[in-house]
Each structure stands twice: as structure tokens, then as C-alpha cells.
Ligand binder design. Structure first.
Ligand SMILES: *Cc1c(COP(=O)(O)O)cnc(C)c1O
Length: 416
């Protein structure tokens, strides 16, 4: 090992001592969520014959029904739709929204602009794509004010036609805190006091198992997320989940397949065991990933970079934002994450166009599941201020190694 490697290793070991209290808090959350998942498997008497899978229409797939019961239980909803056919988080969220909004209704996001890929789901009037606006569904949003909800504006913008309120829990690609579920609880009670019939929708992507509760536990009506992220446990080959009140989940299912058919069909092929096993492992992997982000935050803070959340802040998603001063630093950091990956470590990512994103994006995803972001990955839209968003990592040791490598590489390039 070279001298400078040894130097960085000492640096990281010192940081690990510094962040020990944060690690122990994460362990506590993992322990409780692991028991929550385990108890649910036991309660629904999951057996190996449930892993059979199905073909064709997939009628009467017992394992699939059990999987959805377990998801509803763990995520605090009345019902769940958990399918490998959801091609991404955006697809899943779109099914939840289109299923529950009708022409003339309004969708109001109260946590600022939603995640980049949703902008084309919302669309513009007569864009010809079948976006929400193209179908005559109105959309409005309330910007955050000093990173908090702007309740004066929210009250003004809730109209008689407002039907769904959108809340994005995670920071996504925004320099803001993720919302904790106790904050979502407060949003729900204030919104229900204004209009009890509002459907409160939460985009839970990246938030699963980061806390002891989930959004439905605190009153959300409809929640969606991606199995290519946290609840897939790094194993799910694809998919998404929707949980919440039965009637809203059912409407999403009608949109997903067809009215009248809904969740009754949908062959699972051979994915059922993997989806169960991924769910069982998810709390642990989320914990590994969160420890890695704490380490990254503390390391880069010590080197003078800005990080969000800071290492000792309470976390409610698995994303770590790190802000650099130039595009070069950003690209170097993302590339070093790729170089430290088990898959495609020899491929150097470059900024490029991605479907659904408005700016060029650079992504490191040397993952077993393509783009799987409970696995160690980093993304950065190439726009000022230059912020990299890293997330995931199935083993803490891997994340630790990747951080070491990135420090080493940035130093070698004269960036530290
Ligand atoms: C990832 C993500 C999405 C979209 O999921 P894709 O799988 O990228 O389509 C939506 N919202 C948030 C907050 C996300 O993190």
C-alpha cells in the first residue's frame, strides 16, 4: 500500500471513531425494522410453496397475494400492489397518479418541484403524450420556503378541484432535507383539517426503512416506491409497489392493467422468492447504505466540502448530497465511485442525456441490477451548483473502500 493510501486509511479510521454514535443509531433502526419484516412474514405464514411464481394470466397466484399482504402490513396500508412489471419508480408513481386523478381534478405538490422524471408525467396542455395536463388534469406546486412548507401558499392553492396532494419524502436531486415521517404526520393532519377528502400521496422512493415508521403509518392515503431502490433489497430484478387505502390502490391497479381487471392478473414468472427475500434483507442493506453515507458526509465535511445531510443530522432517506465547486470535481467523484464498483469498473461514465431528465446527467452505477440504487451509485445533473448525490451500497466495506478510492483519486488529480 502506498504512503498516501495509508494516510487516507488513517483519516477514515479517525472519522469512524467520530461517527460511532450515528452508526449505533442506525443499528437500532435496522434491528427494529428487521423484526417488523420478520414478524410480518411469520404472521402471514410465508412458506416455500409461495415462491412458485406463475405464468400466463397469473390468476390465483397465492404467493403474489401473500407478498402484497406482507407489503401492506409492513408499510401500514390497507392494501398493496407489488409487481415486477413496474418498469421504474416513475412508472409506479404515474400509475398511482393517473389511476386516481380525472379530467378537471387538480394535483398539488406541496414539497416543491417533484423529482425530475415526473415533469414529463405532469407535462403540458396538449403535448400529445397523454401526460396529466394533456388529459385535462391541472397541476400546481408550492415551492418550499426556507426549506419548510409554505402553509400560506398551500392554503391559497388548495382549490375545490384539488384532489391529490403530492409529497416527496426524499430530497431526490434537490439541495433540501428529506422529510421525516413525523413531519409528514403533521402535514397530513393540517391538510385533513383543511379538506378531509384530499388524497395524500407520498413518493416514498429512497425513504423505505430509513426510519421506524412509513408514511401510511402516519396517515398518508397512497404511497409509491421502486423495487430498484430500498425495498427490493438489492435483489429484486425490477418492479414497484403502491400501498395505501384499498380504493386508491385498486384504482391504481385499474390503470396498471385495465379497468375491471386490476390486480387480479399479472404473472410473477420466477420473481416471487426474490421479491420476498429482497424485502427481508432490505432493512439491513438500507442500514449499510446509511452508514456509508454518514461516513462520506463526515469525510467530505472534514475536507471542507458542504454536505447534506451533515453526518450527525437525523436521516430519513439514503441519499447523501455533496457539493463541489466545479463540474470537474463532480465528474471525478462520480467516476471514482464507478471505478470502485464490482461491475463495469473499467467503464468511465461521461455526462449525457437521459430519458426524463432535463439536464445532462452523469451516473455511476456499477451494479448487478441495472441502475439499482440501493447498490452503491452516484448521480449528478451537470448544473450549478455542482452537487453529487450518492446513495446505496450493499456492504459498508464496499462504500468505505469507494470513499477511500475517491479521496485518493481526487488528490492525485490535484482536487484536494
Ligand atoms: C428515483 C426516484 C423517482 C423515480 O424513480 P425512477 O426509478 O428513476 O423512475 C421518483 N422520485 C424520487 C424521490 C426518486 O428518488
Amino acid at each position: 500500500m502506498t504512503a498516501s493510501n495509508k494516510e487516507w486509511l488513517n483519516f477514515i479510521e479517525d472519522i469512524e471513531v467520530q461517527v460511532d454514535s450515528a452508526f449505533r443509531e442506525i443499528d437500532r433502526i435496522v434491528d427494529e425494522n428487521q423484526i417488523k419484516v420478520l414478524r410480518s412474514f411469520q404472521k402471514y405464514q410465508i412458506s416455500d410453496f409461495h415462491f412458485q411464481g406463475s405464468t400466463g394470466y397469473g390468476y390465483d397466484d397465492l404467493g403474489r397475494d401473500k407478498l402484497e399482504e406482507v407489503y401492506a402490513d409492513i408499510f401500514g396500508g390497507e392494501a398493496a400492489l407489488v409487481r415486477p412489471h413496474f418498469a421504474s419508480g416513475t412508472h409506479t408513481i404515474a400509475a398511482a397518479l393517473f389511476g386516481n386523478l380525472r379530467p378537471g381534478d387538480q394535483l398539488l405538490y406541496i414539497t416543491g418541484s417533484p423529482y425530475d422524471t415526473l415533469s414529463q408525467v405532469i407535462g403540458t396542455e396538449q403535448d400529445g403524450t397523454g401526460s396529466l395536463r394533456d388529459l385535462g388534469i391541472d397541476y400546481d406546486e408550492v415551492e418550499l420556503k426556507e426549506e419548510q412548507l409554505d402553509w400560506d401558499e398551500i392554503e391559497k392553492k388548495i382549490l375545490p378541484e384539488t384532489k391529490v396532494i403530492g409529497i416527496q419524502k426524499s430530497r431526490g436531486y434537490a439541495w433540501r432535507p428529506s422529510f421525516r415521517n413525523d413531519e409528514i404526520a403533521e402535514m397530513v393532519s393540517r391538510l385533513k383539517a383543511i379538506r378531509p377528502d384530499l388524497i395524500i400521496f407520498v413518493d416514498n422512493c429512497y425513504g423505505e426503512f430509513a426510519e421506524l415508521t412509513e408514511p401510511c403509518d402516519v396517515g398518508a392515503d397512497l404511497v409509491a416506491g421502486s423495487l430498484i431502490k430500498n425495498p427490493g433489497g438489492g435483489l429484486a430484478p425490477s418492479g414497484g409497489y403502491i400501498v395505501g387505502k384499498k380504493e386508491f390502490v385498486e384504482r391504481a391497479a385499474y390503470r396498471w392493467t385495465a379497468p375491471g381487471i386490476g390486480a387480479e392478473i399479472g404473472a410473477m414468472f420466477d420473481t416471487t422468492r426474490t421479491l420476498f427475500q429482497g424485502l427481508f434483507l432490505a432493512p439491513h442493506f438500507v442500514g449499510q447504505a446509511m452508514k456509508g453515507t454518514v461516513l462520506a458526509a463526515a469525510a467530505f465535511e472534514k475536507l471542507g466540502f458542504e454536505s447534506r445531510p451533515r453526518w450527525n443530522e437525523v436521516r430519513s432517506d439514503i441519499i447523501q448530497a455533496i457539493r463541489f465547486s466545479e463540474a470537474n470535481h463532480l465528474i471525478d467523484f462520480v467516476q471514482s465511485i464507478q471505478q470502485a464498483s464490482p461491475i463495469d469498473s473499467h467503464v468511465l461514465p461521461e455526462p449525457g442525456e437521459m430519458p426524463g431528465y432535463e439536464h445532462e446527467v452523469i451516473m455511476a452505477a456499477g451494479t448487478f441490477i441495472q441502475g439499482g440504487s440501493l447498490e452503491l451509485s452516484a448521480d449528478a445533473p451537470i448544473r450549478e451548483p455542482y452537487t453529487a448525490y450518492m446513495q446505496g451500497g450493499l456492504t459498508y466495506s464496499h462504500i468505505r473502500y469507494a470513499i477511500l478510492q475517491s479521496l485518493h483519486r481526487m488528490k492525485a488529480h490535484g482536487l484536494l
